[in-house]
Ligand binder design. Structure first.
Ligand SMILES: Nc1ncnc2c1ncn2[C@@H]1O[C@H](COP(=O)(O)OP(=O)(O)OP(=O)(O)O)[C@@H](O)[C@H]1O
Length: 322
């Protein structure tokens, strides 16, 4: 097995009396996307700051290795192996996109010629060549995020921390950013992603951890997390109130929504379970006007594990119409 890109044991951090991280373990294999989810204030940014050497871990934390280096013994080597973008953007609005890139090249001690080559290549890759000569303050939100990532890549990091990279972006820019993140990973980079958008974690992450009350409440692939919680059901909708009432009284274990003339029957969503529901409806002579299958999604997981409201979501269909 290869060495993980990130391995943290018993990560702890408190601010005053407030315990933010209460001993969490994180392991991220190389070349994968790991997503840390959690409600506002759960400690996601704190975890990123510790792993990227911006703040020290709390006393009692176990060992932390990032990019193959021990964070306590060799923070310099960790810094050289990582890139961080997100809530604390490095983009300087007063200078142009290209000047921002060249500044990064200087910081990484590239020669003038090499700096220009790398900057031009990355500006092109992130579709910023045309805007390269304009002050970054004139860029749209999506362009600034792209510039920020391009600047991070000047140092050719092997591990990238993306702290809420798409917050505030419109759907098209969000999808562009997802594509960029996928390309980074296909180049072998490891991505540690924090996000408020469950759809984003579902789309991108190989593994997801849900942070709540200072601890990891659950960890796994999106599918594994969804399987951990109940919530699958079949929903039947009627237009005729009499048909609705008759179905409601002849079916067992249903949840009624009298206003919408809809009934909900628990069902795991497998073909076998769905067939059982259909057989039950046939034998009771029930014909609904609409039947939809609902399988638990990450919203349900988040709600079940953190007991908080689901964060703001882009439009997301929870129902699979049949
Ligand atoms: N420097 C600090 N001093 C005191 N408290 C802090 C400091 N930094 C963070 N906190 C507190 O630690 C908790 C976790 O903050 P953090 O920013 O890590 O959360 P988060 O999960 O990233 O939240 P969000 O999604 O809102 O960005 C919060 O209650 C925050 O107020």
């Amino acid at each position: 097995m290869t060495t993980p890109a990130i391995a943290a044991n018993g990560l702890r951090k408190s601010y005053g009396d407030k315990v933010v991280l209460d001993g969490i373990d994180l392991t991220v294999p190389e070349g994968t996307i790991f997503s840390l989810l959690g409600p506002n204030g759960a400690g996601k940014t704190t975890a990123v700051k510790i792993l990227s050497t911006l703040v020290p871990p709390g006393p009692g934390s176990g060992g932390i290795r990032v990019g193959g280096h021990d964070l306590a013994a060799d923070p310099q080597a960790v810094r050289a192996a990582i890139g961080v973008t997100g809530q604390f953007s490095a983009v300087d609005g007063l200078i142009t996109g290209e000047e921002n890139m060249l500044l990064m090249a200087d910081l990484h001690h590239l020669t003038r010629k090499e700096g220009r080559r790398v900057a031009a290549h990355l500006l092109e890759r992130f579709d910023l060549t045309e805007a390269a000569g304009k002050p970054a303050s004139t860029y749209s939100g999506g362009m600034k995020r792209r510039l920020d990532i391009a600047m991070t890549l000047v140092g050719a990091p092997r591990v990238i921390f993306l702290d809420e990279p798409t917050t505030g972006l419109d759907p098209r820019s969000r999808h562009n950013m997802w594509q960029i993140i996928r390309e980074l990973v296909s180049d072998g980079v490891t991505v540690f992603l924090t996000t408020q958008y469950l759809e984003e974690a579902d789309e991108l992450a190989d593994r997801i951890a849900v942070l709540n009350d200072g601890r990891i409440a659950a960890e796994g692939t999106a599918d594994q997390l969804k399987r951990q919680i109940p919530g699958g059901h079949v929903r039947l909708r009627f237009t005729d109130p009499a048909a609705y009432r008759s179905a409601a009284s002849s079916l067992r274990e249903v949840t009624r929504d009298d206003e919408a003339l809809a009934l909900q029957l628990p069902s795991g969503g497998t073909q076998r379970e769905l067939r059982a529901v259909l057989d039950q409806l046939d034998s009771a002579g029930i014909e609904a006007d609409e039947l939809t299958v609902h399988t638990p999604d990450l919203d349900d997981v988040f709600f079940a594990l953190t007991g908080t409201d689901v964060p703001t979501q882009p439009n997301q269909s929870k129902e699979t119409a049949r």
